[in-house]
Design a protein around this ligand. Structure first.
Ligand code: SF4
Length: 278
């Protein structure tokens, strides 16, 4: 049983939680934001129904993946991307998530229009016929300091000068300029994985915010790679400790508004309707 907000719950019988097999940017961020949400999601594997925002993002990512995966570069036109998006709506896995949302006809049509608008906006940020991807939805894993780091990169490009660029599509709002560096943690994670596995550090990481048509670019440095490694190690140590003690404290924040567990979380502001048990 979870104690009151801010308290800790022990695993039944004092049994430790099993450590997750990998550390991904999402897991790292989730634990830092709220250890309890991390536990419920990744250790207890509580279901998290998809949201419209998440599904819109997944559909757009899929359309852009197919755009790059099919046919020659010259054919990477808006029409092909639109077709890929329509097909994404029909893919069984995505269809299943759509059904879970239970949208009525009007809401479904709105989702289709919004996703199509994001795909169209993408073309204002890049000319895909001039891009040389060497990896799409690239699943990378590297063992570092005893931790299995894992990341799935939307796109890895090779530039004409031989350098590599990590590209990450974002379908939510772009951060304010002063926050944009903080959002680069995930792509630095990817750059670190590339360096470990491919023996070469990407020269750039790019976040493409389709909705606001903003591109955030940064060059990984020795310092940023060192910082990433230290952060990953520190968070993993904290996760290990939490798993051993069962102490996954809730951390109420504005993120509670979009947390799938808020209706049963005793720490969620104004939405406390019950307690969480393992
Ligand atoms: S509602 Fe807030 S405090 Fe509760 S688990 Fe979710 S993010 Fe954590």
């Amino acid at each position: 049983m979870l104690a009151a907000a801010g308290g800790a719950d022990a695993a039944p019988g004092g049994a430790p939680y099993e450590l997750p097999s990998t550390l991904t940017p999402s897991k790292l961020q989730r634990f830092v934001s709220c250890p309890l949400a991390f536990r419920l999601s990744y250790l207890d594997r509580r279901p998290e129904p998809p949201t419209v925002d998440q599904l819109r993002g997944t559909l757009v990512h899929r359309a852009l993946q197919v755009l790059y995966a099919s046919g020659p570069a010259a054919g990477r036109r808006l029409e092909r991307a639109r077709t890929a998006l329509e097909e994404a709506f029909e893919e069984p896995a995505l269809r299943g998530e759509l059904d879970q949302l239970g949208l009525d006809e009007a809401a479904l049509a709105r989702l289709g229009r919004e996703a199509a608008a994001l795909v169209e906006k993408y073309f204002a940020l890049e000319d895909p016929t001039r891009v040389h991807p060497i990896g799409l939805e690239l699943d990378l894993r590297a063992r570092v300091d005893g931790i299995e780091l894992r990341g799935i990169i939307d796109r890895l490009d090779r530039l004409e000068d031989g350098n590599m660029v990590v590209v990450d599509y974002k379908t939510g709002r772009a951060p304010r300029p002063e926050q944009s560096r903080a959002r680069l943690g995930g792509v630095h994670f990817y750059a670190y994985l590339c360096e470990q596995l491919l023996g070469r550090r990407p020269s750039e990481v790019r976040l493409l915010y389709l909705r606001d048509q903003v591109v955030v670019v940064e060059s990984p440095t020795d310092q940023s790679m060192r910082g990433l490694r230290q952060r990953a190690t520190a968070v993993w140590t904290a996760i290990t400790r939490a798993c051993a003690t069962g102490d996954f404290r809730p951390n109420p924040s504005p993120l509670c508004r979009s947390c799938a567990f808020r209706s049963s979380c005793p720490a969620a502001p104004a939405t406390c309707v019950g307690a969480i048990t393992r």
